[in-house]
Design a protein around this ligand. Structure first.
Ligand code: CMP
Length: 140
């Protein structure tokens, strides 16, 4: 399997509850290496641009409001098959549907306050990583 990188966001519900370390412990135990990381307060313009693919969805406004309601931690994860493996460990978008042992089952509060974001394809991972990080900020 190929070594891949994917973008991870620890969302405001996670920073507000001070559980970013607990979430990252799950990730490190699952074999992910955090090769870049920073804590940011996103503006509405930044959050809106990041989630532009969801612009026409009914939840877009609430999503942008939530993602700007407190700090986020953006990070790059590296592992074999990282994109699919991270989506597996995150669990379903709605924690009501998430499997036992997944991050969203353990930590998420609702479909909106679902603790983590992850890229959904290798192509999107490259775009999402470039949205937040320069090459100099990623150290394997
Ligand atoms: P994420 O993986 O960050 O990508 C888009 C986010 O929109 C998703 O996680 C959810 O947290 C959020 N969201 C809010 N409401 C909905 C909804 N009804 N359906 C899908 N995603 C939603």
């Amino acid at each position: 399997m190929a070594l891949e990188r994917t973008l991870s966001i620890l969302k405001p519900d996670a920073t507000q509850r001070n559980i970013t370390g607990q979430i990252n412990a799950v990730l490190e135990n699952a074999g992910f290496k955090i090769v870049a990381q920073k804590r940011l307060q996103l503006s509405a313009a930044q959050a809106g641009a990041f989630y532009a693919v969801h612009k026409e969805r009914p939840f877009y406004g609430e999503l942008v409001a939530f993602m700007t309601s407190g700090p986020v931690v953006v990070q790059v994860l590296e592992r074999d098959n990282a994109v699919a493996a991270y989506r597996d460990v995150m669990g379903a978008t709605n924690p009501a549907n998430a499997a036992e042992g997944t991050i969203r089952k353990m930590f998420a509060e609702s479909i909106e306050r679902n603790s983590v974001h992850g890229s959904d394809s290798l192509e999107n991972a490259a775009n999402e990583i470039a949205f937040f990080f320069s090459g100099l900020e990623i150290v394997a």
